[in-house]
Design a protein around this ligand. Structure first.
Ligand code: COA
Length: 321
């Protein structure tokens, strides 16, 4: 038993904030942001485009692309760190919104690796013969978790949703590696609004994303090539025969460094962070959808997806398109 992605979809908020706009709210400039990150602009929710709203739109687009109905879904997994509500889960809300009456639903939080971890979970359920059609959504409204006075983080992130429909297939070579390191988690945190016990003095003062940029950079350029090699070893595939490397879109310099460390041409690493910034769990499925719509993905191609992020979490998946 194997799995195949049979449809993709995405939703990006209409509002676009470019680097020049950000330079009017914090002490930064377009050149600094583009040189250090590759980001030129990002889409931001208008407040009404919440996590469920964007996830449901991306999900409907993916179902249409897959040519199956919502009532054919067995499972919905949503990867997000920025749900509209603690409960109900975003996946349950999406199920209600799209009418996936047969599907069971749960969310996962693996930060920017979330879509990858959701895909691995879907693979396990499908290969165990438990479910056949699974909807995966990566979605974030990071704009509500950002301190818009902090120039070291506010220039990096964006909002958006990407989705994929995964189904059982009878052939195909695939593999997964998935890692976590809780001891290293303090380099990228977001305490959230319900921080500590309000009656305790040590309750955290900020609910926003905080990051040691250089440490996250070092972690990513070490671990991503490592896990890509691990997954190709697992599947017995030569690195040079991989058609596309679809990486989490955090920073173009991270991706360039990964390509160099692997000795793979940069052209095999498509990038779109220039337009969207880092959309965390949504970045891989948004990029996959773009590639799919442009006709870049052909049947039989070997694709590696790789993500890294808070937790710390990281991993890689190899799939056949
Ligand atoms: N505009 C202008 N200057 C800025 C700035 C901004 N938006 N943000 C920080 N700076 C300044 C710093 O204050 C510092 O100034 P100083 O030298 O006077 O102290 C200088 O730029 C260098 O800061 P530093 O943090 O060393 O820059 P960097 O080269 O490491 O780049 C990141 C910062 C965040 C772009 C980079 O570390 C990075 O991309 N890390 C990975 C982050 C990431 O991908 N996170 C998500 C993972 S899922």
């Amino acid at each position: 038993m194997s799995v195949r992605i049979i449809g993709t979809g995405s939703y990006l908020p209409k509002k676009v904030a470019d680097n020049n706009f950000l330079s009017t709210i914090v002490d930064t400039d377009d050149e600094w942001i583009r040189q250090r990150t590759g980001i030129k602009e990002r889409h931001l929710s208008n407040g009404k485009e919440g996590t469920t709203y964007m996830a449901a739109h991306a999900a409907e687009a993916a179902l249409e692309n897959a040519g199956i109905g919502a009532d054919e879904l067995d499972l919905i997994i949503v990867a997000t760190v920025s749900a509209d509500t603690y409960v109900p889960s975003t996946s349950c809300s999406v199920q209600g919104a799209i009418g996936a009456i047969r599907a069971t639903c749960f969310d996962i939080n693996a930060a920017c690796s979330g879509f990858l971890f959701a895909l691995h979970t879907a693979h396990a359920y499908i290969c165990a013969g438990i479910y056949k059609n699974v909807l995966l959504v990566g979605v974030e409204v990071l704009s509500k978790l950002i301190d818009w006075k902090d120039r070291s983080t506010c220039v990096l992130f964006g909002d958006g949703a990407g989705a994929a429909v995964v189904t059982a297939a009878d052939h195909g070579r695939e593999g997964f590696v998935q890692w976590s390191d809780g001891a290293g988690g303090e380099v990228l945190t977001c305490p959230g609004r319900a921080v500590g016990n309000p009656w305790k003095e040590n309750a955290s003062e900020t609910g926003y994303i905080q990051m040691s940029g250089q440490e996250v950079f070092r972690f990513a350029v070490k671990k991503v090539p490592e896990c890509i090699r691990q997954v190709t070893e697992k599947t017995g595939t030569k690195l040079e025969t991989i058609d596309w490397f679809v990486l989490h879109q955090a920073n173009s310099r991270i991706i360039q460094s990964v390509a160099k460390r692997l000795g793979v041409p940069e052209e095999k690493f498509p990038m779109n962070m220039e337009q969207y910034g880092n959309t965390s769990a949504a970045s891989i499925p948004i990029l996959l959808d773009e590639m799919n719509k442009k006709g870049m993905l052909q049947p039989g191609q070997k694709i590696i997806l790789s993500g890294f992020g808070a937790g710390l979490t990281w991993g890689a998946a190899q799939l056949e398109w």
